[in-house]
Ligand binder design. Structure first.
Ligand SMILES: [Ca+2]
Ligand SMILES: [Ca+2]
Ligand SMILES: [Ca+2]
Length: 100
């Protein structure tokens, strides 16, 4: 798509316009200038240095946060379901044994 103002183009589709890439000294033709696996646009949006290839622990955590939250939610709901199922089974069993 042709855009009239070249500064509004995002040539490498990393979420940073060519003008912002210039402002951040990142490459407008490389979505991941420092090659750390996180796009320039994402690093700038989350306050990380798009020119520092060192991936800090907090950067990894923030990047994987949706996956981590999802995993925790799945583990928690599985645990809750399993324990409530056990409780119901125990209750049924004790009812049965009290009738006998
Ligand atoms: Ca860009
Ligand atoms: Ca870029
Ligand atoms: Ca990067």
């Amino acid at each position: 798509m042709w855009i009239a103002a070249p500064s509004l183009n995002d040539s490498d589709m990393d979420g940073l316009t060519d003008a912002s890439e210039f402002a951040h000294s990142t490459s407008p033709n490389d979505a991941d200038t420092d090659g750390d696996g996180m796009s320039d646009g994402w690093e700038v949006a989350h306050g990380f240095d798009p020119l520092d290839p060192e991936v800090a622990l907090d950067e990894t955590l923030v990047y994987n946060l949706p996956v981590i939250v999802l995993l925790v939610a799945v583990v928690l709901s599985t645990t809750v379901l399993y324990t409530s199922r056990r409780r119901i089974q125990d209750a049924i069993q004790s009812q049965h044994s009290s009738r006998q």
